[in-house]
Design a protein around this ligand. Structure first.
Ligand SMILES: NC(=O)c1ccc[n+]([C@@H]2O[C@H](COP(=O)([O-])OP(=O)(O)OC[C@H]3O[C@@H](n4cnc5c(N)ncnc54)[C@H](OP(=O)(O)O)[C@@H]3O)[C@@H](O)[C@H]2O)c1
Length: 308
């Protein structure tokens, strides 16, 4: 599958993580529909190649598969080598892969919410329903940070030289309104995470360690961390802060965060308000911003918004 397409000169190359389903799959479909050559990555080879087949059946031939488990350094290095040899550059990196940082009481596939169960519920009521169907443990919180923050960061670090080899390299980190700093009730923490002039990656590591310690000690609430899906919220806030730090350091790239909206996917047990197509289009719009557009910004609903 890797060798199956030819690549005309001047074609943009994109990598999408977690491209086998949900929002990631839609991002692949829409980018490919915009004449971008897409490397659809997935941690599971069978699920990834099936997703590429599905898109090819829709008439999209400019999509190839490459395995990528974002928590595995060897897997990341293999993807970087492949991109270097095959294309010598990368134009767009969409960091979409993530976990909910929770375990599901309902199976997210077979126990999916039926629309009649949720009809008439607004977003907060649906999120309340979702929370009732989830459980957050120390292990799921730790895995959430390891995947959503550190996994994403390690992919960025490995692919950065290839993005710099592009004339218009872009990173879109798929974020969430759950990563916005208003959800932190500890003012000092909120200020520190928003103080991009002074915040460092080392301090972000310390803050994430502190969060896990507090989680273990049962002091998440009293220490003012976000409540409910707390690891997910903390990981997305850390990823947002990292994106802002990187955007300052690499003014030659566009590095932005995009909230796709509340989307019906496995992550939300299908409880969202938007379809994956609608959610994906909010991410693709940021990936395809005009040259010279914003960097270091947070986007929601197709508009620049606030990290706070
Ligand atoms: N759905 C929403 O309402 C919503 C709202 C805000 C933000 N988001 C963000 O949107 C993005 C996509 O979420 P989604 O709703 O589409 O979720 P999803 O349907 O659960 O898909 C998540 C994707 O990430 C992959 N993934 C998870 N861990 C991975 C790892 N370690 N290495 C590689 N791939 C991994 C999954 O692969 P497998 O299939 O192998 O598990 C899957 O392809 C996430 O960043 C999420 O935080 C979603």
């Amino acid at each position: 599958m890797e060798g199956a397409i030819s690549n005309p000169p001047n074609t943009r190359i994109a990598v999408v993580t977690g491209g086998n389903k949900g929002i990631g799959l839609e991002v692949c479909r829409q980018l490919a529909g915009n004449d971008v050559t897409v490397v659809l990555t997935a941690r599971d080879e069978t699920r990834g190649t099936a997703a590429v087949e599905k898109l090819r059946e829709l008439g999209l031939s400019n999509i190839i598969f490459h395995q990528l488990e974002i928590t595995d350094a060897t897997s990341i290095a293999r993807l970087a080598d492949f991109l270097k040899t095959r294309f010598g550059k990368l134009d767009i990196l969409v960091n979409n892969a993530a976990l909910g940082g929770i375990e599901y009481v309902r199976d997210p596939v077979y126990g999916s919410a039926r629309e009649e169960e949720l009809s008439g519920m607004d977003m907060d009521q649906r999120l309340g329903w979702l929370w009732e169907n989830c459980r957050e443990t120390y292990e799921t919180a730790k895995e959430g940070l390891r995947t959503n923050y550190y996994g994403t960061k390690h992919v960025v670090e490995a692919l950065l030289p290839l993005l710099q080899a592009s004339t218009d390299g872009r990173i879109v980190n798929v974020s969430s309104h759950f990563g916005q700093l208003r959800l932190f009730r500890n003012e000092e923490l909120k200020q520190e995470l928003n103080d991009i002039d002074n915040l460092t990656e080392e301090r972000l590591d310390e803050l994430l360690d502190m969060f896990l310690k507090d989680f273990k000690a049962g002091t998440v609430e009293s220490r003012g961390w976000p409540m409910a899906f707390s690891a997910y919220k903390v990981a997305k806030a850390a990823m947002n802060a990292y994106s802002r730090i990187l955007a300052r350091r690499h003014s030659e790239l566009r590095i932005n965060c995009a909230h796709p909206g509340y989307v019906k996917t496995h992550m939300t047990i299908n409880s969202g308000l938007l379809t994956p197509e609608e959610g994906g289009s909010r991410v693709v719009a940021v990936a395809l911003l005009p040259e010279g557009a914003a960097t270091g910004a947070f986007f929601e609903d197709f508009k620049e918004s606030s990290f706070v």
